[in-house]
Design a protein around this ligand. Structure first.
Ligand SMILES: *Cc1c(COP(=O)(O)O)cnc(C)c1O
Length: 406
């Protein structure tokens, strides 16, 4: 392997300064894992129903079985899941929805889709999740819902958030795009909040290309979610206003969307979910290895783990103690890239985006979130990483830290 040397010594030159890279081939921060069973499941369904077929119900039942939730509604992606959850919660014009800025934009956009205003609450500086005390402080008469994101896969403080929400008549929507496989106080996330949304995008823990779901224990939310998923159309006699004039009859009783998942995607996800325990175990193993290696470096802060959350991590966040380094986050990121360790940053605070600026949001409203954003890099974390891949990442980080420590 010309040009690559394994097991670099600590004082070796980073590749960005002309040294040899830790790896010859790039590694990305995330990647799906598809096996023969997944492929066969898709091939098999191609001869059956492509959409609105039996795979949808089968998948929904499987999600309920895995999480312990009473109802699941699968839909086209995690953003659609958030949108129909917000609609089912009754979010509308003039309402406020409290969420975190350290998330993908969809967590706040779902409020805007409904004509409501997102209100950003700051994070806990150690867990990086939304701070329940901030949620309480920002609750007003206009608040309708809270969208709490299980950032990196660690559960938000559900008991405290639920208690607050239910005292004030608010709906707790858990944006669980990162959380599948995690348990909070022994119960699976997805079975606890008023509604929990999942995403099945390829970087997430299980995937079907594009896909999402809303889980709930409430029959009322369940019925509404079904309605909003399919145009606001019902064939249920009980919901209709007029007398059916034939067996073909249906009514549109609300303004819904077409957010259906196809049977092709459902078949893939059913097969992927069989591997969730395996995916989860491997992710935990990698996180443990990273934590052990990085806790030895004073230049790195490890994300605090709360004992209530038995976490399947979707993202691994490297937090730099910049006062102990001679380079900034951007230079650190580029140095990792030169080692062929391709990272990412999750997330740019939502209200930094021009669209939000134009809505009047100013920087400075969530100082802890803004500080976090300056200091973080998401390292590669996915099931198919080999032990060597994990060691390469550790090696690259350690090399850069040692070279640039203050
Ligand atoms: C991925 C993600 C979403 C959106 O999911 P899509 O399936 O891509 O629409 C929403 N919220 C968070 C926190 C995410 O990571």
């Amino acid at each position: 392997m010309a040009g690559v040397k394994k097991g670099v010594t600590m004082m070796e030159k980073p590749a960005i300064c002309g040294g040899m890279p830790v790896r010859e081939t790039p590694i990305n921060y995330g990647h799906q894992y598809i096996d023969d069973a997944d492929i066969q499941a898709v091939v098999d369904v191609m001869r059956q129903d492509l959409t609105c077929g039996p795979k949808i119900k089968e998948l929904e039942e499987k999600l309920c079985r895995i999480t312990g939730a009473k109802y699941a509604v699968v839909c086209s992606n995690g953003t659609a899941a958030l949108h129909i959850a917000a609609l089912a919660a009754g979010v509308g014009e003039g309402d406020e929805v409290i969420t975190t800025p350290i998330t993908f934009a969809a967590s706040a956009n779902c409020a805007l889709y409904c004509g409501a205003r997102p209100v950003f609450a700051d994070i806990n500086e150690e867990t990086y999740n939304i701070d329940p005390a901030q949620v309480k402080a920002l609750t007003t008469e206009k608040t309708k819902a809270v969208v709490a994101v299980d950032y990196t896969g660690q559960s938000v403080e559900l008991d405290e958030l639920l208690d607050h929400c239910h005292k004030h008549g608010l709906v707790l929507i858990e944006d669980g795009a990162h959380v599948i496989g995690t348990r909070y106080k022994g119960k699976c996330n997805g079975s606890i909040a008023d509604m929990t949304t999942f995403s099945f995008h390829p970087v997430k823990t299980v995937t079907c290309g594009e896909g999402g779901a809303v889980l709930t224990n409430s029959e009322e939310y369940y019925q509404k979610l079904l309605l909003y998923r399919t145009h606001g159309i019902t064939k249920d006699r009980e919901w209709m206003e007029h007398e059916p004039d034939g067996p073909w009859y249906y009514e549109q009783i609300a303004l819904g969307m077409n957010y259906r998942l196809t049977d092709i995607q459902a078949a893939l996800l059913i097969s992927q979910l069989d591997k969730l325990p395996m995916f989860s175990a491997r992710r935990k193993e990698i996180v443990k290895t990273y934590n052990e290696a990085f806790s030895k470096l004073p230049q790195i802060t490890i994300q605090k783990e709360i004992p209530e959350s038995d976490t399947t991590r979707h993202l691994y966040i490297l937090r730099l103690n910049l006062d102990k380094l001679r380079i900034g986050r951007k230079e650190f990121f580029e140095a990792l890239k030169a080692e062929n360790v391709f990272c990412n940053v999750h997330y740019i605070p939502t209200y930094y985006f021009p669209y939000y600026e134009k809505l009047g949001y100013k920087r400075g409203i969530c100082p802890k979130a803004e500080k976090l954003y300056e200091e973080i890099i998401s390292l590669p974390l996915y099931y198919a990483m080999s032990d060597q891949d994990v060691q390469d990442v550790i090696c690259a980080v350690t090399k850069i830290v040692e070279y640039y420590k203050a």
